[in-house]
Design a protein around this ligand. Structure first.
Ligand code: ADP
Length: 481
């Protein structure tokens, strides 16, 4: 080894130191950049705890600045409490709530700017055992600082004093200070963003609730509108059906009126002409009478129907004798049978009670009307066989039935025949006079008396109309013994 080769001039040395310092600067700023990038690279939403951020800061500072043990204190009342530390030797973060520094030490540190102390001394003050090996070179570097976010904080770095020059220590601490303050200010910024985020989330929630509410209202409105629409469609269908039935009714009615009217006018003209003998005269006047009765019945039906439609039908309840009503129905049935020349029909009445026990409270006139309607239909729609009217008294009801062995009704029409103007569309029944109102009036009357009516029938085999009315009896008070 030659002396000349080993000898370095003072200028050269200065040059080298300068270039090393420059390298150092470049490295330091690069390190700072990396640290900041690593911090900023974190997704804001994942940084949710102050503690985590400080841990990260300590770890980064420890790695980049080669400090084995970094601690972070924050001021609480008059003590500096340990928030967190990073132990680079064991790669652990930790926190010990016993570890704190008195405010006095901070003042002392703050005054001196940067403070050095042997770890042993600090340890006795902190009553805390550091996990790293403490040698005579172990030093503690304190960095007091303030920032936007933390008014007073303290960073503590435990370093190996043997390997560090004073200049390096100062540089180290200044770098750490810059990093920490930058980082903490960024934290405050992140905090603000987080707060904004919270506000935004709050507003979004509010708006969502508002939207959900208006959505619910809208759905309700739509379903209400749908309901109204359905009702409108139903009403339209009903109106169309009513219109159709009215036309059918008018066509029927003209037939219904013309037929007996023609008979009345025609036969009265024949009688007037004076060319008839006594027998003919008798027959024609009978025909005029029966056709006039038919017209009268038609007018009565129409009047009753309009009263029912206008809710004007009156019911007069009083005690009446059902057997007597049946007798009258029988007499009218016989006469109707004669008018229609139904000789092969046998009309029969079966009374459920003796005359004395057949007094019940109901509307006599309406009950008679119901029975006459059913008996007339039974005679009208039968050629032969029995037409039987009977009743039986049950516990709460009186049950009536009118049966015949006539043309019968197809099952599909059992309900429809009770609707106004409805007539069964087979040829046999269509040729028979009728306005399609009889059963509508009948059902309404039965219901007004408090009962129900139904039919059992099979085409070609006859029909049984059954209805009930409530059994009501007058209470006779017994006077004396
Ligand atoms: P109308 O007898 O005036 O036509 P109704 O309302 O009394 O009107 O009867 C409606 C329809 O029901 C009749 O046109 C007929 O087709 C049918 N009907 C009613 N009673 C009988 C019955 N006893 N046997 C067969 N069909 C019947």
């Amino acid at each position: 080894m030659s002396n000349s080769s080993e000898k370095i001039s003072y200028e050269e040395l200065l040059e080298r130191v300068k270039s090393l310092e420059q390298d150092n600067d470049v490295l330091a700023s690069r390190a700072e950049e990396i640290l900041l990038l690593s911090l900023l690279g974190n997704n804001i939403s994942t940084i949710n705890a102050e503690r985590e951020l400080i841990d990260e800061l300590l770890e980064n500072a420890s790695i980049l600045l080669n400090i084995p043990y970094c601690l972070f204190f924050s001021k609480n009342k008059n003590m500096y409490e340990l928030v967190s530390y990073y132990d680079a030797v064991n790669h652990t973060y930790n926190y010990d709530d016993k570890m704190c520094i008195s405010d006095g030490i901070y003042e002392e540190l703050n005054l001196s700017g940067i403070y050095f102390e042997k770890i042993i001394k600090i340890e006795s003050q902190l009553k805390y055992k550091f996990p790293i090996e403490v040698t005579e070179y172990t030093e503690v570097l304190f960095l007091p600082f303030e920032s936007m976010w933390i008014t007073r904080g303290l960073l503590m770095f435990v370093v190996d004093g043997e390997n560090l020059s004073l200049a390096s220590r100062i540089m180290l601490l200044q770098q750490a200070e810059r990093l920490v303050i930058d980082k903490i200010d960024k934290l405050s910024y992140i905090k603000k963003i987080e707060q904004l985020n919270v506000n935004l989330e709050h507003r979004v929630k509010e708006r969502t609730l508002e939207l959900q509410d208006s959505n619910r209202k809208l759905i309700k409105e739509i379903s209400e509108r749908n309901e109204i629409q359905k009702e409108l469609v139903k009403a339209r269908d009903r109106a169309q059906e009513a219109d159709r039935l009215k036309s059918v009714f008018l066509a029927n009615m003209s037939h219904e009126i013309r037929t007996p009217m023609n008979a009345v006018v025609g036969f009265s003209e024949v009688l007037e002409s004076g060319v008839c003998n006594t027998d003919e005269m008798q027959r024609y006047s009978k025909l005029i009478h029966s056709n006039s009765m038919m017209l009268l019945n038609l007018i009565n039906d129409l009047l009753d129907f309009s009263k029912i439609e206008a809710n004007q039908m009156e019911i007069k309840m009083r005690t009446c004798n059902i057997n007597k009503i049946l007798d009258e129905v029988f007499a009218m049935g016989l006469s109707f049978k004669q008018q229609l020349y139904r000789d092969k029909i046998t009309l029969k009445i079966i009374k459920g009670e003796k005359d004395i026990k057949s007094n019940f409270i109901t509307d006599e006139h309406r009950l008679k009307q119901i029975l006459i309607n059913l008996v007339s239909n039974a005679i009208k729609f039968s050629k032969k066989g029995f037409v039987i009217v009977q009743y039986s008294v049950m516990q709460n009801n009186i049950l009536f039935s009118v049966s015949d062995e006539g043309i019968g009704i197809d099952e599909s029409m059992h309900e429809a025949i009770f609707n106004r103007f409805t007539r069964v569309g087979n040829d046999k029944s269509k040729s028979i006079l009728g306005n399609g109102l009889g059963l509508t009036i009948t059902r309404n009357l039965v219901e007004m008396l408090g009962g129900e009516i139904s039919v059992e029938s099979e085409e070609g085999k006859g029909s049984v109309f059954v209805f009930n009315i409530p059994k009501k009896v007058e209470h006779v008070s017994m006077v004396g013994g």
